[in-house]
Design a protein around this ligand. Sequence first.
Ligand code: ATP
Length: 359
Amino acid sequence: MAQLDIVDVAHAYEPDAEEERWALKPLNLTFESGKTYALVGPSGCGKTTLLNILSGLVTPSRGQVLFDGVDVTALPTKARNIAQVFQFPVIYKSMTVYENLAFPLQCRRWDRARIDAKVQQVAAALDLRDRLGQPARGLTADDKQLISLGRGLVRDDVAAVLMDEPLTVIDPQLKHMLRRKIREITEQFRPTVIYVTHDQYEAMSFAQEVLVMKDGRAVQQGTPEQLFEAPSSTYVGYFIGSPAMNFLTVDNNDGPFALGGRTLSVAWDIPRSTTEVQVGVRPEYVKVVTDPGHNTFPGRLLGVRDHGAQRVLEVEVAGQLVRAKTPREEGVPAGEEVLVHLPRAKVLPYTEGRLILQP
Ligand SMILES: Nc1ncnc2c1ncn2[C@@H]1O[C@H](COP(=O)(O)OP(=O)(O)OP(=O)(O)O)[C@@H](O)[C@H]1O
């Protein structure tokens, strides 16, 4: 497995377009060997363009692509030694499951014993062992995609495994299981994986590092925990997390920060002159409480939404909407009048959409 570097890479599908309209604005990135990355962002933000530049399907308008320090920018896909998994399964219908998994290894002229050991290992990881003798033709779309994934992961001599929305065709109920399998198999075989998805949940539950993209730019790269705990912008705070991070405008005229005339105690110190401070706090950290206390604000319960094992309470505080995510067993407040607690350590400062300070 290789380290992949993107050095000052940019791409415009229309050569004369001004920079603001480029599909990819100048970008420097390193994908470390043996790590799993997710490229995430809304439709049109440039994820597939970046993946295609890595695979060689698109030659960037400028910049270099390095695999372990070697410049591969001008090399076609087949000379880059990568495995690719696409949205739709790519399998050989006339072959058995075993033959499908073995095929990439036969092409590499591995000997039979080595091929068999590897196929058995990957099939075990993907729970495909009982279907190895079956023809691929009769399998469900989910199983076919599982084989595509297996084929992508079976070769341990590839520079990287590039996956473009591989779970799109998968039945929603099976997605969870497949995500877990991909995670297990990547933990076991340690490939360099770059995985494109528009689904932040998929990215956060699968990758070691997540790269959030917007309008052809990488706006934040970090571990799922870093993106959850300290989004570098309100954009990332909205995009990552369900429901999105709360952002509340606070008063910062004289004295301490305040929300609806009540003091909001915070764990940071920013210049008093900073205009329009918003505080960000994740719904997971907002508590609806019964007793007044430190950083507790009166609010009005507007609604309750079901969120699987949890509920989302929507509360108006000082004229602004605050969402609190609470375990189902905690129940719902009896009346409309509630108190909302914002934990000091979890309240972050933003101005003009940017995180001002790290906590
Ligand atoms: N072949 C192409 N020719 C011209 N413009 C293109 C081409 N492919 C993509 N684009 C444009 O480049 C921008 C980035 O597209 P890209 O497909 O990389 O985004 P994406 O984040 O992968 O989106 P999606 O999730 O919808 O696939 C978009 O504005 C898109 O319209």
